[in-house]
Design a protein. Structure first.
Length: 414
């Protein structure tokens, strides 16, 4: 029997792909959910950790900087790990080692040890996303990628909603270290299930090239969009991580109520994220970004100016909801700035810079401002900076052949 030529073998492989296999998708959704929940669970635990370890607000916020340092290192190293192993084994390494670090942290006896373990936690978590996306798209026909990635993106959004509620429920029976032990055990268990019953991810990745990274970093448009992502991630994940502490210490809410508000505030965003992409396609990414930055900056500013046991929770919900509109428009603008052969690496680099500054630097900055002044001053400053970036939108240039309504990649932000 004659062997098929290369083109025929590719077509045969695509024909053999299942149209929309739900089980592999949901395996990855659960793994991604545990991945991000293991990082953001420190937000609802922060009031307890701060009290037990005797940390100041700035020191407590710096814990998230350590996680993001590790996460960025993990993202940078993920291409090398997946080229040495394959995507499936990289997912297994990420999930099981993340769970092991959480178990070690649950028995950590010193603040110094906890800080080192937070860097490791972020690093092992950062290995997942590139291999997770490669495994997902490798198992599903191209015409179904959008639906699969939308389902995959439910994981971080559900993590934001459920992490405070899960932490609060477990704190009724366990100390904060016990919460970490539960999450660590679940991550290792899920890794074992994936090893036995998971599918896909047998291919190895191409290692990243530093020459291409330099080419992207020299482009001024890269720093324009990276700055916008940093502020938006800071207004989202950065503010989210410090929100329970703000609601408890400055607004005077009970810890249980503060964590409930922080979690439920992310609920409307799960629905809005699907509509924001349609709005971006209709009015163009620059106008959509302008609307997003305007609403995001305004509500962040109001959070610092207007206080009350009723109005503050309302503003928390509005501010959280406004942020999800940024990312479809942001990725659309990013895809228009760079040609196709540079686009994927540009997305990774923007995510690294945005996550490091937005989710890593902004929480401790808000915490240190809370020590010398108040949490409100940090929120006011962040809101003013966000609004001041509106004129920057005009400086992001599109690559040849791209216009303001360029299609945007469905890239989740983990």
């Amino acid at each position: 029997m004659p062997m098929p030529v290369l083109g025929e073998s590719v077509r045969l492989r695509e024909t053999n792909l299942r149209p929309f296999p739900l089980l592999p998708v949901w395996f990855l959704v659960v793994i991604f959910y545990l991945n991000i929940t293991s990082r953001i669970v420190f937000s609802p635990l922060l009031p307890v950790i701060e009290g037990e370890l005797g940390l100041r607000h700035g020191e407590a916020g710096s814990l998230f900087l350590l996680i993001q340092i590790g996460y960025c290192l993990g993202l940078l190293g993920s291409g090398f790990v997946a080229s040495w192993l394959n995507h499936r084994r990289t997912i297994l390494v990420s999930t099981t080692t993340l769970g092991a670090v959480l178990l070690v942290m649950s028995r950590s006896a010193s603040v110094t040890g906890l800080r080192a373990e937070l860097v490791l936690l972020g690093a092992f978590a950062g290995l997942y996303l590139p291999s997770g996306i490669a495994t997902l798209t490798g198992e599903i026909r191209k015409e179904h990628w959008g639906k699969a990635l939308a389902i995959h993106e439910l994981a971080p959004n559900l993590g934001f909603v459920t992490a405070p509620l899960l932490a609060e429920a477990l704190l009724r029976f366990l100390p904060w270290r016990g919460v970490l032990a539960v999450l660590g055990s679940l991550a290792i268990l899920m890794g074992g299930i994936f090893a036995l019953a998971g599918h896909g991810g047998s291919r190895r990745a191409e290692p990243p090239r530093f020459d291409t990274m330099k080419q992207i970093a020299r482009d001024p448009s890269f720093w324009v969009i990276a700055t916008l992502f940093a502020v938006s991630i800071g207004s989202g994940l950065g503010v989210y991580t410090m929100m329970p502490l703000f609601l408890v210490t400055e607004i005077g809410l009970e810890r249980e109520l503060a964590n409930t508000i922080a979690g439920l505030s992310r609920g409307p965003g799960i629905l809005l994220v699907f509509f924001s992409g349609l709005i971006t396609d209709r009015i163009g990414h620059r106008r959509a970004l302008a609307i997003s930055l305007l609403t995001m900056g305004t509500f962040t500013l109001l959070l610092g100016v207007v206080h009350g046991r009723v109005i503050t929770p309302v503003l928390v919900i509005l501010q959280s909801t406004s942020i999800v509109c940024f990312f479809p428009a942001g990725f659309s603008m990013l895809s228009a700035m760079f040609p196709p052969h540079l686009r994927n690496l540009a997305v990774s680099m923007v995510t690294i810079v945005g996550s490091f500054l937005g989710a890593g630097a902004i929480p401790p900055a808000i915490g240190y401002l809370a020590e010398v002044s108040s949490f409100s001053s940090g929120l006011i400053l962040l809101g003013v900076v966000t609004l001041a970036l509106l004129p920057v939108l005009r400086y992001g240039k599109s690559s040849p052949g791209m216009d303001g309504k360029a299609d945007h990649p469905n890239v989740p932000v983990g």
